[in-house]
Ligand binder design. Structure first.
Ligand SMILES: Cc1ncc(COP(=O)(O)O)c(C=O)c1O
Length: 393
């Protein structure tokens, strides 16, 4: 019998859930739509002029060289810049030889999963978690082992129970301003988690694209610094500079670097060489701290505005106040189905992401992820009032 193309899809591919966010974004991008849906940084802060100057200077200085194939581990000066930043900001000393440049954190998740996850292997995951992470991991057909997130981090007893019952291969976590919940792990939980990692020889993928977008409170220690021999620590320039560059990096233990590079090579040979040169030129000739200060101040104002509007119009919504990042995660009363709610609010010109997409357990109907980085204050207030009006109706 003749098979359709779809019938020929691999079992692994069929496991990848659809991105409801991408679908909503198609609608949310329409004119006059107020969107709290995307995980988009605010384009007002993309350093367009400085990057464009860096691009011309890079071409003038290096010419064809930057358009050539390049080494898989990434541009050494950029890796040195990252090591230096970690040393200054977190007091963590890293050898640039242990850093690989990636095409964003998203690729890091895929490559780490490719290295470790066989069909059915246990992967501990926060509940809720980043949809793109769930998608990337799902492609390797793991058995997800969810752990509840508390306001100060994951439920450690659940992690231990999973370790005892399932011998998981990997834990995927986002300790700073988690997407979607905004939760930041406390120092205590980080240390306790590091102990668990050591006891059960568990590998952690510490996905950390938001630590530079902290607008309140003090930095917490990366879990990598507590147990460096068992952690892949993934960073990204998407929120620091601009996501269209598709530039990220990952720090890892000595003995895993060559393996990671081999797994990444199979995907893309190397990350965009031109982007790496432009980014390095930009970082060397501009103050990233001044740039980030602007971003943090603006996001804090936008978060505060959203919190004010929530208090005024949606007092029934509960949330943990995020000290950084781009999201507020709302828990609505249990009788509210946010899939249905978003259908209605979109008719009134407001989009958000209903909670279900962020769970591997087919739950979360009464949750909502609200992005505050990409809407101006008047839109934030208007949009939340519209959501409240639709709920009342
Ligand atoms: C937790 C998390 N990980 C990874 C990514 C993907 O980031 P990148 O642009 O670096 O691929 C995102 C993007 O929103 C994210 O929120």
């Amino acid at each position: 019998m003749k098979q359709t193309h779809e019938q020929k899809f691999s079992e692994n591919f069929k496991q990848i859930p659809k991105s409801f966010i991408r679908e909503i974004l198609n609608v949310a991008g329409r004119e006059n739509m107020i969107s709290f849906a995307g995980g988009l940084p605010n384009p007002e802060f993309f350093p367009v002029e400085a990057l464009s100057k860096s691009a011309s200077e890079v071409f003038a200085q290096y010419g064809a060289e930057v358009l050539q194939y390049a080494g898989s581990q990434g541009y050494l000066p950029l890796r040195k810049w990252i090591a230096n930043r970690y040393s200054q900001k977190f007091g963590v000393e890293i050898n640039p030889a242990n850093i690989v440049i990636t095409s964003g954190s998203q690729q890091t998740i895929d490559v780490v999963a490719k290295m470790f996850v066989n069909k059915g292997d246990g992967v501990i995951i926060e509940k809720p978690s980043y949809l793109g992470g769930i998608q990337a991991l799902s492609a390797y057909s793991p058995s997800f082992l969810p752990v509840n997130l508390e306001p100060d981090g994951p439920d450690l007893l659940q992690i231990e129970a999973h370790c005892l019952n399932h011998v998981p291969k990997l834990m995927y976590s986002i300790p700073n301003f988690q997407n979607p919940s905004g939760v930041c792990y406390s120092q205590q939980k980080r240390e306790a988690l590091a102990d668990l990692l050591k006891t059960y020889q568990l590998i952690l993928l510490e996905d950390d694209p938001y630590s530079e977008i902290r607008f309140e409170g003090a930095d917490e220690k990366p879990i990598f610094s507590l147990v460096p021999e068992q952690v892949f620590w993934s960073g990204s320039f998407s929120k620091m500079v601009a996501p269209g560059l598709r530039m990220g990096w990952v720090v890892m233990p000595d003995n895993l670097c060559a393996h990671f590079v081999r797994a990444k090579q199979a995907s893309d040979l190397h990350s965009n060489n031109l982007s790496q040169y432009i980014l390095y030129h930009f970082l060397s000739n501009n103050s990233i701290d001044e740039h980030l200060q602007l971003v943090r101040e603006a996001y804090k104002k936008q978060r505060d505005c959203m919190v004010r509007a929530l208090k005024m119009y949606l007092p029934q919504a509960k949330y943990v106040l995020p000290q950084g990042g781009m999201f507020i995660w709302l828990q609505m009363p249990v009788n509210i189905n946010t899939d249905k709610l978003v259908e209605q609010t979109m008719k009134s010109g407001v989009a958000f992401v209903p909670g279900k997409s962020f769970f591997t357990t087919n739950t979360g109907e009464n949750f909502v992820r609200m992005n505050f980085s990409n809407a101006c204050q008047s839109e934030i207030e208007k949009g939340i009032k519209i959501i409240a009006d639709v709920l009342t109706r």
